[in-house]
Structure formats: structure tokens, C-alpha cells
Design a protein around this ligand. Structure first.
Ligand code: ADP
Length: 580
């Protein structure tokens, strides 16, 4: 139970817990060895005093020399062990943490990403893990080791003389009480500082992403002053947090150090009343020079621990998020997609409301409707990128919410508006469609998707790097690459979101040609924007306000009196007449 809480509190793995134990152990040993050094000094002093006062002979010097040499060696060895068990081991832990986070992100449903934006997640993976790295390496072992060794040394001192021990150490619990009393405030400050830093990184990201639009619309000044304001707020929040914590930490440190004064006072009183001899007080004074040092550092570290709890919580939030799970076997009978009374909402408002339709295998089913009517949402749900709020979606008779998303997606090819390309070669970007496909297969798919022409014009052909998210390609070219990917995958279900905006006429007909090859014999669900696609579809689903308003073949719908579809067709034809 304790270990479990400890793990959660500091976002540690099992290995991390065991490393922390090792670090704690070696810190205790190091602190005790240092105290041992004080012991040597004490005995040296005692022997010296006795030789002066009682005329006793000094022990042979080799005894002291070997004691000092032994101390130095022991000190070196234990420090080395402490170093290894804290700093050395933590890097493995950091690596594991980042990998396990990335692994978790892969498994999480898109609904999770709807709630946490990119800057927020990047902040967690980079800066929260960094903060924890510092806590794991510089804080935990050191802090817990200091607590334990102080308790051991306090017991030893109490055994020697409890009155002086009390005079020496009374400040420690008081200092801690003060720090823990300030804990709530420290945690709130830490959360505020985190929020402020997220706002800044969000702002930075937004500015960089939109730099073209910002220049084009002369909004530089507005954006920069907004960013300035956010950075000012972050600075204020950081200073406020540091200052508040600093005041408490320093106050605690001063209170603890008052122990020096009380030890001297108590010691002097006891010597005068004959309660102790000078050497006892001398020993306490020696110990005092060392005993506060690790504790002092622990006080500063405790502030960091409070801060780190916000980061640990954010990390655990990702680790704990519910992943979309399901069976790893998916053997559907055919690939008809059936929506049965499907409702869905992203947050509160219903986006789909009781949607029922079937997209048959071997047919093209076109989703049409005004912008915001829920077409893209239907396509996302069909691939279980999100789970429905109510109702079921079946593929080949199997409820897709029972199938593990990665398994399910092996049967899907998706060509969406926002094509995602990686800063790699054309060849590798297409090969993503099918793991392990040969170069010939890739080139064949590229040819079928009408990519060959523009690729051969690139400086290194298929070996050309295409820049971050395909920055060096035009909209149509990017889309053809994503079609080539889908062709290579040759999955039985194709989800297609047509985009007309980025295509010129020549590109459009090339993309159309590529598409018709992709769609043959598949279950095709297409978010249709072009008249041509709509007319060529086998079935049309007209969505309006998240409901199926009309359904049928293009002909049937066109001829139906007052149909929404006929109205839309009219509008589109008029628009294209205008644009000509
Ligand atoms: P369409 O594709 O027909 O234009 P969408 O399915 O994209 O419509 O959107 C339907 C509604 O859902 C819209 O009101 C839109 O604002 C909302 N919506 C879409 N995506 C999200 C999202 N990720 N989070 C919250 N709301 C969303």
C-alpha cells in the first residue's frame, strides 16, 4: 500500500522505487560516515585534552593517521555508491517513462486528445518528465536518506545526553511543521505557475503555426503584445511562487539553526552546574556543524517536491486514462458498415442524434449535408477514432466497440482532408500504408495514384525528403501521396474526405483518376463535396443537424419533390456557373 502510494506520488516505476530505496540507503550511509569523521575529530581532541590536563601520553600517531585514511577511503566509496544509485540509475527511468508515455498516447482514444491539446501534452512529455527526472535524481534518495540518518543520529545523541540533543534538534520538527503548513499554498502556486507556463507555450505554438496568416493580415503587433502579456503573467506567477516558498523555506531554516544558540546556552548551563563536561558540549558543537547541512538542503528540496506533485499528477493522468480496448481478433462477415441509432457528443451538445444507415460493401456511400451537420464525425466514429455515446456501429456484423482499435484499423484505409506526412522521403511516406512493402509495390501504388509524374520531377525522385508535413508539396500532391498510401494498404474499407479547396482543375482530375482505382470493390464511405462524386455514388445519406434527413440513390433523391438534396444540387450548380 505504502509503495503503491509512493509510486503514484512520484510517478515512479517499480524499478524507480527500488532505485530510490538504494539512493536512500546510500545517503544514510554517507551521512553516518561523515558523522564518523566528526567522531575521529572528537577522539583526537579528547586525547589531546587529556594529555594536556592529566598528562596522559598521546596514542601513537599511526592510529590517528590510519583512522583518517580509513575515513577518506570509506567516504569516497560511499559517495561513489550514492552517486551511482541516485544520478546514474535515473536516466534509465526517464527513458522508460518517456517510452511508456508515448506507448500510452498511442493507445488512447481521440476523445482524450480532444481534452488535452498538443502544447499541453508536449509540456507533459518534455518538461514534466524533466522536472520528475530532477526529483528522482537529486531529491528523493537524498531527502529520505537525510530524514532517516537524522533520526539515527538524533537517537545516538539522545543516548549520549538527551538534554543537549533536545536543545540541538528541537527546531527540526518545528521547521517541518512550518513547511507542511505552507504546503497548500505551495501546491496552489505550483499549479498556477504550470497553468501560466502552458498558456505561454500554447501562445508560442499558435504564433509559430499561424505566422503566415499573422504577416499576411498585419497582426504582428497584436500577437506579440498578447504573447508579451502572457509571458509577463508567467513571470509574475513564477516570482510569486518562488518568493512565497522562499520565505517559508528560509524561515524554517532559521528556526532550525536556532538550535545552535540553544545548544550553547543549555551546554553552558549544564557545564556550570556540573551536569556535563566540556568535551560533551564540544562533541555536540561538532555534530551541529554537520547535522543541519543535509537537513537544510532537504528543506529546499521539499519545496521542489511540492512543485513536482503537479507534474507527477499530470503524468499519472496520462498513465491512468482509459484506453480504447477490445478483442484482438476481428473476423467480420463482409464489410458492410451499419450505423444503428447512433448518437454522439464531443462535450455537451449532441452532434449526432439517432443516425441509422448502412454503407454496403462494393458500393460508394456518400455523406452530404451542410457544414457542421456531422459528416466528419460519422466517418471518425465508423473507424472507432471515437466511441459512440449511444447506439452501435457494426462492420460485417461485429460491433466495432468490442474490437481493439489497432486491429480494427487494419481493415481501414483513410484519406482525410488533413493529410499527415512525415519529414521523410516520398518512398517512406507511401510505405507507411503497408509495413514492409517492397520498393516495387510502393512505386506501383504511386503510379496508380498518379504520383509518378510529379515525383519524377523531384530532385531525388522517390528518395526526396518532403519537409515537415510535406511542406515542399502542393495540396494535390500531398493528397495523391495519401491516396497512394491507401492503395498500397488495399484495405476493404475506405473512408474518404474529399477536399476541393486545395486542388486546381488538372490536379482534381488526376486525384479523381487515382481515387476511382482505390475505391473499386470496397466499402466506401465518402464525405462528398463534389457534384461528380455525389452523382456517381450508389447511395446518398443527407445529414442535417446530426440527423439523417434523406437517404437513397442520387436519382431517387433528385427526383423527390422538395428534397434537401435537390436544393443542394441546385445551389452547387449555380455556384459553379458563377465561378465559370
Ligand atoms: P461536418 O463534417 O458535417 O462539417 P463535423 O462532424 O465536423 O461536421 O462537426 C459536427 C459538429 O461537431 C460541429 O458543430 C463541430 O463544431 C463539432 N465538432 C467537430 N469536431 C469536434 C471536436 N473535436 N470537438 C468538439 N466539437 C467538434
Amino acid at each position: 500500500m505504502f509503495t503503491k502510494n509512493f509510486k503514484r506520488k512520484y510517478a515512479l516505476s517499480d524499478r524507480g522505487v527500488s532505485n530510490t530505496k538504494k539512493g536512500t540507503f546510500w545517503t544514510v550511509i554517507v551521512n553516518l560516515v561523515v558523522m564518523g569523521g566528526m567522531g575521529i575529530l572528537y577522539f583526537l581532541m579528547e586525547a589531546f585534552m587529556k594529555s594536556r590536563t592529566d598528562g596522559e601520553a598521546l596514542p601513537p600517531s599511526w592510529i590517528f593517521l590510519s583512522a583518517v585514511a580509513g575515513f577518506v577511503i570509506l567516504s569516497l566509496v560511499t559517495h561513489l555508491q550514492q552517486y551511482r544509485s541516485t544520478y546514474g540509475l535515473v536516466y534509465g527511468e526517464v527513458k522508460d517513462m518517456r517510452i511508456s508515455l508515448a506507448e500510452r498516447l498511442r493507445q488512447l482514444p481521440l476523445s482524450f486528445f480532444g481534452k488535452r491539446d498538443l502544447a499541453d501534452l508536449t509540456e507533459t512529455i518534455m518538461s514534466d518528465v524533466n522536472r520528475m527526472e530532477h526529483v528522482w535524481s537529486h531529491v528523493l534518495g537524498y531527502m529520505y536518506g537525510s530524514y532517516i540518518s537524522t533520526v539515527i543520529i538524533a537517537l545516538m545523541l539522545a543516548f549520549y545526553d538527551w538534554r543537549l540533543a533536545l536543545a540541538c534538534l528541537w527546531g527540526v520538527p518545528v521547521a517541518f511543521a512550518l513547511l507542511f503548513a505552507s504546503r497548500k499554498m505551495a501546491e496552489k502556486n505550483a499549479a498556477d505557475a504550470k497553468k501560466a507556463s502552458l498558456v505561454v507555450s500554447d501562445g508560442m505554438q499558435e504564433t509559430i503555426e499561424n505566422i503566415r496568416e499573422i504577416h499576411a493580415t498585419n497582426q504582428e503587433e497584436k500577437y506579440l503584445s498578447e504573447l508579451d502579456r502572457k509571458i509577463d503573467l508567467q513571470e509574475k506567477s513564477l516570482i510569486h511562487g518562488e518568493l512565497a516558498t522562499g520565505i517559508f523555506v528560509n524561515a524554517a531554516s532559521v528556526i532550525m539553526r536556532l538550535g545552535v544558540a540553544t545548544t550553547i546556552l543549555t551546554g553552558a548551563t549544564l557545564i556550570l552546574s556540573g551536569g556535563i563536561d566540556f568535551m560533551t558540549l564540544f562533541m555536540f558543537l561538532l555534530v551541529i556543524t554537520r547535522i543541519y547541512a543535509p537537513f537544510d538542503q532537504s528543506l529546499a528540496l521539499i519545496a521542489e517536491v511540492f512543485l513536482s506533485e503537479v507534474s507527477a499528477e499530470r503524468l499519472m493522468e496520462i498513465q491512468d486514462a482509459k484506453s480504447a480496448s477490445g478483442s484482438e481478433e476481428f473476423k467480420p462477415e463482409g464489410h458492410d458498415i451499419v450505423f444503428e441509432d447512433v448518437s454522439f457528443s464531443y462535450d455537451d451538445g449532441k452532434v449526432l442524434d439517432g443516425v441509422t444507415f448502412t454503407a454496403k460493401e462494393g458500393e460508394v456511400t456518400a455523406l452530404v449535408g451542410p457544414s457542421g451537420s456531422g459528416k466528419s464525425t460519422c466517418a471518425r466514429l465508423a473507424a472507432r477514432l471515437w466511441d459512440t455515446t449511444a447506439g452501435t456501429i457494426k462492420v460485417g456484423g461485429i460491433d466495432i466497440s468490442t474490437v481493439e482499435p489497432e486491429t480494427l484499423l487494419t481493415d481501414y484505409a483513410m484519406v482525410f482532408q488533413d493529410v499527415v506526412l512525415f519529414d521523410d522521403t516520398v518512398m517512406e511516406n507511401i510505405r507507411l500504408g503497408k509495413h514492409g512493402a517492397s520498393d516495387e509495390e510502393v512505386i506501383q501504388a504511386a503510379k496508380a495514384a498518379n504520383c509518378d509524374d510529379f515525383v519524377s520531377r523531384l530532385p531525388d525522385g522517390y528518395g526526396t525528403k518532403i519537409g515537415e508535413n510535406g511542406a515542399k508539396l502542393s495540396g494535390g500532391e500531398r493528397q495523391r501521396i495519401s491516396i497512394a498510401r491507401a492503395l498500397l494498404k488495399n484495405a476493404p474499407i475506405v473512408l474518404l474526405d474529399e477536399a476541393t479547396a486545395s486542388l486546381d482543375v488538372e490536379n482534381e482530375s488526376e486525384v479523381q483518376g487515382a481515387l476511382s482505382r482505390l475505391l473499386q470493390g470496397k466499402t466506401v464511405l465518402v464525405i462528398a463535396h463534389r457534384l461528380r462524386t455525389v452523382e456517381a455514388a450508389d447511395k446518398i445519406i443527407v445529414l442535417k443537424d446530426g440527423k439523417v434527413a434523406e437517404e437513397g440513390s442520387p436519382n431517387a433523391l433528385r427526383n423527390k419533390k422538395d428534397s434537401l438534396f435537390a436544393q443542394m444540387l441546385r445551389l452547387q450548380t449555380e455556384e459553379s456557373a458563377w465561378s465559370v
